[in-house]
Design a binder for this molecule. Structure first.
Ligand SMILES: [Zn+2]
Length: 226
């Protein structure tokens, strides 16, 4: 990492997308933070025009700053869609300064909007990872999750209702069945005579009958023989 004077209100540190520039002291809105600098490239020169990297800062049709040099600390500043700084371009002087557009607190990452061309070329294809876009994605994910839960709850309510309906139907059927069974019993009662008690009576009756027959046999025989 590059050496930065401790007098400066920033340091290079880890950010969501790699490295970034972070405030180490409060930075007041409107303050110049750091200059974006590097060799000037002239689009009229074939050699200059052939240079391609992510740190090219176009000043106008002719002049571009090649900010890929290590000494250019401003190159560590990441893009944000809702930034706390801006690039202040002076094409006549061919100078770019990064300036705070909000009060920046120590620890906060410094960022500025790289502009539509850069966004379209480099960020849109991979998805912008700035706070605003992450927040937006988080919100969208939460909304999608809530929608899924809503649909699930609705499906569960529907299934419960259906199950309740079916249970009620089954209960009704069972009640009807029971009622039919009771009716049969009721019909059978007079046929059995005394119902359950009648069975016991029949058993004892049969037993007593056997005894009676056993006891009565000789009598009968004797009666027959008599
Ligand atoms: Zn963004």
């Amino acid at each position: 990492m590059p050496a930065i004077s401790p007098k400066k209100p920033y340091r290079v540190g880890r950010s969501r997308t790699g490295l970034g520039l972070f405030a180490t002291k409060p930075i007041k809105k409107g303050t110049k933070i750091v200059r974006y600098f590097g060799p000037l490239l002239d689009s009229r020169k074939k050699k200059d025009d052939a240079i391609e990297n992510k740190y090219l800062f176009e000043l106008n049709n002719r002049w571009t700053i090649d900010g890929s040099v290590r000494k250019n600390i401003a190159r560590y500043i990441n893009h944000a869609c809702k930034p706390n700084a801006e690039s202040d371009v002076n094409p006549r002087k061919r100078k770019v300064v990064i300036r705070a557009i909000k009060n920046i607190e120590p620890g906060e990452e410094i960022n500025y909007d790289y502009g539509t061309d850069y966004f379209k070329a480099y960020l849109k294809p991979i998805g912008c990872k700035c706070d605003a876009c992450e927040k937006k994605r988080k919100k969208q994910r939460a909304e999608a999750r809530a929608e899924r839960l809503r649909l699930k709850a609705r499906a569960e309510r529907k299934a419960l209702k259906k199950a309740e309906k079916e249970a009620a139907k089954a209960e009704k059927k069972l009640a009807k069945h029971k009622l039919n069974g009771k009716a049969k019993h009721a019909n059978g009662k007079p046929m059995n005579g005394h119902g359950g008690k009648a069975v016991a009576d029949t058993v004892t009756g049969a037993k007593s009958g056997i005894f009676a027959r056993a006891r009565g046999k000789p009598a009968q025989e004797s009666r027959a023989s008599a």
